[in-house]
Design a protein around this ligand. Structure first.
Ligand code: FES
Length: 262
């Protein structure tokens, strides 16, 4: 599960956002949408620690594994300066995956920030073309819309500051996205900040639409040993009605009906 993977390319998507492609046939052959990889970045001082990244794309024929990331700290900063030929140790694919859309499923992907990257494989492998609802702080933070359009998905946008698309939360686009479709034929796939996903999950329950949410948290070991990544899920047998679940092992993808909303 631990592979030495050379970088094929590491490119800027737009300011602060990057796409790195690894030569990783052992991971690309097994990767499914929603899973993640745990990368040890060689130049980092805390070389023992790895950083988790959603799998952005995987091609079993060429062995290419793609990760889309934003520079948010020292780990991603060190990753952004690596060049073709540099080698990272990568564990993966880890975690569970989204349920692939069925032949009759109308997929509605809901992404906050660069959560769209984790939804790309779902769109790529979906028999039906659907919708991507993409929310961001401003137009500067919108990435990958063109990649989904090339797959035949319609992209609808919201921004907090109104600089592109609807001004407001991406969850405000959901009701309209579902209308015109039988709720039982729709499937919502969410990835983004936890508050957004909790609001999305509640909304899908109200609308009677099946939904899966990627509740990935800060991670340490990535393999279920340290409990750094727990989320609350419903548990009727517990006195409080919930229990902790390790998002790296039992998740990161949870059905909206499993999630504990407090
Ligand atoms: Fe260690 Fe999940 S990151 S248990």
């Amino acid at each position: 599960m631990d592979f030495a993977c050379a970088i094929r390319k590491n490119e800027t998507l737009k300011s602060g956002y990057f796409r790195v492609v690894f030569d990783a046939p052992g991971i690309a052959a097994k990767a499914r949408g929603g899973q993640f990889v745990h990368i040890r970045i060689p130049a980092m001082r805390d070389r023992i620690l790895r950083r988790p990244f959603s799998i952005g794309d995987a091609d079993s024929a060429s062995g290419a594994l793609t990760v889309v990331y934003k520079v948010v700290g020292c780990g991603t900063e060190e990753l952004s300066v690596l060049r073709p030929g540099d080698v990272c140790s990568i564990m993966g694919p880890l975690g569970n995956a989204y349920t692939p859309p069925g032949v009759d499923t109308f997929p509605i992907l809901v992404a906050g920030g660069y959560g769209s990257a984790a939804l790309y494989l779902v769109a790529k492998n979906s028999p039906k073309k659907g919708l991507l609802l993409m929310g961001a702080r401003s137009r500067e933070d919108l990435i990958l819309a063109d990649a989904f359009e090339q797959l035949g998905f319609e992209v609808r946008i919201s921004t907090d500051d109104g600089s592109a698309g609807h001004r407001g939360f991406v969850t405000e686009l959901l009701k309209d996205a579902v209308s015109g479709h039988s709720p039982e034929k729709c499937m919502v796939y969410g990835c983004g900040p936890t508050p957004m996903l909790l609001a999305l999950g509640k909304q899908t329950l109200e609308l009677g639409v099946e939904a899966e949410l990627s509740l990935d948290q800060h991670m340490c070991c990535g393999v279920g040993a340290c409990f750094a990544c727990v989320v609350k899920i419903k548990d009727p047998s517990s006195p409080d009605g919930w229990r902790y679940s390790r998002s790296c092992k039992e998740g990161p993808v949870y059905n909206a009906r499993e999630v504990y909303y407090g």
